[in-house]
Design a protein around this ligand. Structure first.
Ligand SMILES: *[C@@H]1O[C@H](CO)[C@@H](O)[C@H](O)[C@H]1NC(C)=O
Ligand SMILES: *[C@@H]1O[C@H](CO)[C@@H](O)[C@H](O)[C@H]1NC(C)=O
Ligand SMILES: *[C@@H]1O[C@H](CO)[C@@H](O)[C@H](O)[C@H]1NC(C)=O
Ligand SMILES: *[C@@H]1O[C@H](CO)[C@@H](O)[C@H](O)[C@H]1NC(C)=O
Length: 407
């Protein structure tokens, strides 16, 4: 998922949705090279040469305030060993248990096809019971909100037990369920996330967003992901990935992982694999204050501002004008850069390349690849604005230091 909550609630919602909607295609035979001078790791799995850091591991969630101060606020991932052990799901969630629940038959979930993630592949609806009966045999996995009848088996991650969080910052829960062998694309999310594993193993690679945002090729920015083949990284096509450093982490059942806002990550799962994550809004300067709550509370006690609900509440305009109004409202992007971007978009819209955007072009526009191209370019403009806002915030923060550096 992908969103831009620092820009506007609207974009946040729209892009959350667009990330769940398939947006682009892998080209199956990317131009790959057999250049003998290719750098180490060329056409090998992502991170095969450059895992430089083992992710920090802690054995306890800490208090919410400490957890936010040490990890959420500084935007730093961390593994919480045993953090999921308080949830009954860890022992309770067998296939027999799922199949024994009468609700399983009446509740539909979304099954994704192809365990190697291809975001253009259509998902389909299937009853939870049907999914549990078939997931071991088929090339499918489940990505769905935790079904209501299972929410009582999962604790809200303890750092979120604060009134000023649960009141209005929880966004969604997602249950990930497969027989193992899933591989996600390299992507980032514009929310904070704690993911807890109840069965199987997961391996993740992380890339520091701040350090490498200029180098990680997010060629599908509206979905927040890279088209790089995670099994065969093509350094000819993606040369900027060559010197990127990775953090690795392996999750075992009972572990939880904090996946921070914007950090790039790629996930592989092994064996019968069930995880639940909780997404909440990322606020740059937020540390909770009001955390005197009863411990060990399960998900069914909380309200998550589901995406649909937020979208229908949203007053903002959709589509192109929505993007433009955000752009103008923030007024941060230089005219020259803006002009360049608009030129690119115009050129995409001017399908017949006659220098005019005309009826004829509109006809040709019934072409999804142009639409997703324009979507992606608009997302790039938003990224550009966001970068500039961040840079500006930083330079406001330490103007004196910078002046000294220049002397
Ligand atoms: C919360 O759950 C854990 C694990 O089950 C338990 O050790 C702890 O005592 C519980 N705390 C409270 C206050 O119930
Ligand atoms: C579940 O999905 C099937 C289609 O796969 C549909 O026929 C059925 O009505 C759905 N059931 C519910 C409860 O939405
Ligand atoms: C990273 O990988 C190394 C080597 O496989 C392993 O020893 C280490 O435990 C991993 N780090 C984490 C946090 O899982
Ligand atoms: C759709 O767009 C792509 C890329 O711009 C182009 O190659 C293709 O010919 C277009 N198809 C149609 C039917 O216009």
């Amino acid at each position: 998922m992908k969103s831009r909550n620092s820009l506007s609630g609207f974009l946040f919602i729209i892009s959350l949705q667009s990330s769940m909607i398939p947006v682009a295609k892998f080209s199956p035979d990317e131009v790959s090279s057999t250049d003998f001078s290719a750098p180490p790791g060329h056409l090998e799995p992502l991170g095969s040469q450059n895992v430089k850091h083992s992710l920090e591991v802690i054995n306890d969630f800490l208090t919410p305030i400490e957890f936010f101060k040490n990890y959420v606020y500084p935007i730093k991932p961390v593994l919480i060993r045993g953090g999921a052990k308080i949830s009954p799901a860890l022992t309770k969630w067998t296939d027999e248990y799922f199949l024994s629940l009468p609700e399983s038959n009446d509740f539909n979930v979304t099954a994704e096809q192809r365990k190697k993630e291809i975001r253009t592949f259509p998902a389909y609806d299937v009853s939870f019971k049907e999914f549990v009966s078939t997931y071991r045999k088929e090339d499918i996995y489940m990505v769905n909100g935790v079904p209501p009848f299972l929410q009582k088996d999962v604790m809200l991650p303890p750092p979120l037990l604060c009134n000023d969080i649960v009141k209005d910052k929880l966004i969604d829960t997602v249950m990930w369920f497969s027989s193992g062998g899933t591989k996600s694309v390299l992507h980032n999310d514009d929310v904070d996330n704690i993911n807890c594993l109840f069965s199987g193993t997961k391996e993740l690679l992380f890339i520091d967003y701040k350090k490498y945002k200029k180098q990680v090729p997010i060629d599908f920015p509206s979905g927040g992901y890279s088209g790089v083949d995670v099994d065969r990284v093509d350094f000819v096509k993606y040369p900027s990935l060559e010197n990127v450093e990775y953090f690795n982490v392996t999750m075992e059942p009972g572990d939880c992982l904090f996946i921070p806002y914007k950090w790039y990550h790629q996930v592989r799962s092994y064996d019968r694999n069930i995880a639940v994550n909780v997404w909440w809004k990322h606020l740059p300067d937020f540390v909770p204050q009001d955390c005197d709550m009863e411990p060990n509370q399960t998900l069914d006690n909380f309200r998550f501002s589901s995406l649909e609900e937020d979208a229908s509440n949203s007053q903002e305009q959709e589509g192109f004008m929505g993007h433009i109004s955000v752009l103008v409202a923030n007024g941060q992007v230089g005219f020259r850069e803006f002009e360049d971007k608009l030129k690119t978009i115009f050129q995409a819209l001017d399908n017949d390349k006659d220098g005019f955007f005309s009826k004829h072009d509109v006809k040709l526009l019934e072409n999804n690849s142009v639409e997703s191209f324009v979507e992606n370019e608009l997302a790039r403009i938003e990224d550009m604005i966001e970068d500039q806002m961040e840079d500006q915030m930083e330079s406001n923060y330490s103007p004196h230091d910078e002046e000294k550096d220049e002397l």
